[in-house]
Ligand binder design. Structure first.
Ligand code: C5P
Length: 225
C-alpha cells in the first residue's frame, strides 16, 4: 500500500541519456540506463501523481499509468520539458543530459576522405534543462519544486552542495559512488537548505519511494516560503 502523498499533483521526470547526432548513422551518448528516473516516475504515480516521463533513448518499459514522451537530443528534451512543466508542481531531473552536441549535423554519413587524417569535431554547449526550468519558474514567481541529481567521481558532498546553490533548487540528490549506471541498487545523498542526509543502499525502486516521500514532505513548506 502506497500513501497517496502526491494525489492530484503533476510530476515531470526526465530520465536516461541524450543522443547527440553527428550524422544519420552516428552520435554521442552516455551510459545512463534511465532506471532511477523510471523508478521515480513509477513511485510518483503510485503516490497518486499524474506523471509525465520524458525519456532519452533507453530500453525500459513505460510504468503503467505514466505518460511517456520519447526524445533523443538535449534540445528535444528541453522542448518537451518546457512544455510539460507548465502544468507541473514538481520537476525531477534525473536525465544524464549531454553537456555538448556536435556543432554541425551532417545530412549524410561522414566518410573517410583517403587522406588518413581523422575529421576534427567541433562542439557547442547544450542548455542546462534543470537550470532553465528552475530560473523560468522563479521568474514567473511560481512554486515549481525542482529536484536535481548529481553523479560525481569525487568530493560528492561539496559538489552536491555547490550544484544545489548554482542551480537555485531546493533539493539536490547525489548518487553515492561507485557509478551506478545500469545497476538495480544505489544509495543516495539528499542535500537541502538544512543539510545532508543519506538514504542507504537499496533497490532503486525502494529509494525512489523514499525520495518521493521526502519530496512530498517538502513541497507544502516550499509553496508557503
Ligand atoms: O551540472 P550537472 O550536469 O552535473 O547537473 C546535473 C543535474 O542537472 C541533473 O539533475 C541533470 O538532469 C541536470 N541537467 C540538465 N540539463 C543539462 C545538464 C544537466 O537538466 N544540460
Amino acid at each position: 500500500f502506497q500513501p497517496k502523498v502526491l494525489a492530484g499533483q503533476h510530476v515531470v521526470v526526465t530520465a536516461g541519456p541524450t543522443f547527440e547526432a553527428l550524422d544519420p548513422i552516428r552520435g554521442i551518448t552516455n551510459h545512463s540506463s534511465g532506471k532511477m528516473g523510471f523508478s521515480i516516475a513509477r513511485a510518483a504515480r503510485d503516490a497518486g501523481a499524474e506523471v509525465t516521463l520524458i525519456a532519452g533513448p533507453v530500453h525500459l518499459p513505460t510504468p503503467r499509468g505514466v505518460r511517456r514522451v520519447d526524445v533523443k537530443s538535449a534540445q528535444d528534451m528541453l522542448g518537451a520539458t518546457l512544455q510539460a512543466v507548465q502544468t507541473a508542481a514538481i520537476f525531477v531531473a534525473t536525465a544524464a543530459v549531454a553537456d555538448w552536441r556536435p556543432a554541425t549535423h551532417s545530412e549524410h554519413k561522414i566518410k573517410k576522405d583517403g587522406s588518413g587524417k581523422p575529421p576534427v569535431l567541433h562542439f557547442v554547449e547544450n542548455e542546462d534543462i534543470l537550470l532553465t526550468v528552475a530560473q523560468g519558474a522563479r521568474a514567473k514567481g511560481g512554486d515549481l519544486f525542482c529536484v536535481g541529481f548529481a553523479a560525481e567521481s569525487e568530493n560528492l558532498v561539496e559538489h552536491a552542495k555547490a550544484k544545489r546553490e548554482r542551480k537555485g533548487i531546493p533539493l539536490l540528490v547525489g548518487n553515492i559512488g561507485p557509478l551506478t549506471f545500469g545497476q538495480d541498487h544505489n544509495s543516495l545523498l539528499l542535500v537541502d537548505a538544512k543539510g545532508v542526509r543519506e538514504l542507504p543502499r537499496a533497490p532503486k525502486l525502494t529509494l525512489a519511494r523514499e525520495l518521493v516521500a521526502e519530496i512530498a514532505a517538502r513541497v507544502p513548506e516550499y509553496v508557503r516560503s
